[in-house]
Design a protein around this ligand. Sequence first.
Ligand SMILES: Cc1ncc(COP(=O)(O)O)c(C=O)c1O
Length: 288
Amino acid sequence: MKVWIDGGIVSGHEARVPVLDHGLLYGDGIFEGIRVFGRRIFRLEAHLARFAASAKALDLKLPGGIDGVREILKETVRAHGTDDAYIRLILTRGDGQLGIDPASCPKPRLICIVAQIAIFSPEKLAAGLDLLTSSYRRPAADALDPRVKSLNYLNNALAKLEARQRGGDDALLLNDRGMVAEASVANIFIVRNDVLQTPPATDGALEGITRGCVLELAAGLGFATREATLGRIDLFAADEAFLTGSGAGLVPVRSLDGRSIGSGSPGPVYEKVRAAFTDALIDLGTPV
Ligand SMILES: Cc1ncc(COP(=O)(O)O)c(C=O)c1O
């Protein structure tokens, strides 16, 4: 693991964050999770644009602007050295006083972690996930806008914990109106009669970069796609369901709350889209 922090690159065990960083004290900050495939950073510009938009939402300044962040990211990926990796880019409010006032933090702190991750085992990826509907809700957009990738992931973490403690692989989070939002750190798609559907951001879904890519690839393969408000019933009635995210990639879902979805195994539409996604991984990447 290599980490860019406070102006230099260090190894994972040397990287330190001061206790007065408001990212730690209050979750005051933003992040991005980005994939590197074959020494190419997947959809780098889309991730940088979302990072910049999240920064604006928190009135945080990107140190060195987007160009500065892009260079730091590439430099850290090169230092890590592997062909495939995961990047965690973080911008915190920086060091301040113990009170919550962001005005006590003169300098945001940028951190770039490059490491290897495997969120689900190869067996799980092949068999499909068992999802459980969470008792935790995705906050409404007027409470915590899902388009901002902030460091406030407590309800996502608690939803994951609850799902694991109940024997599931991941959580399905509903929004404050009881409609489907997304999984703990991934977007959700269903397929019914060869039409792909995924909840809109207004229903509590992050505008996922992988989600956007899947919508484009599926349309290119001739499938109809749409953003639609979904209830649990739509998952039960679906032919297929799958998750998308930078960390997990494309992952089939085989059940929700103990009920099989479709045939209970990765479906044909999922397989076609995943094959197209695997091809696109290199094409849509920026060389480091
Ligand atoms: C809450 C949430 N939803 C969806 C996603 C998937 O988004 P992306 O494809 O941009 O990684 C993430 C990724 O971290 C996430 O945290």
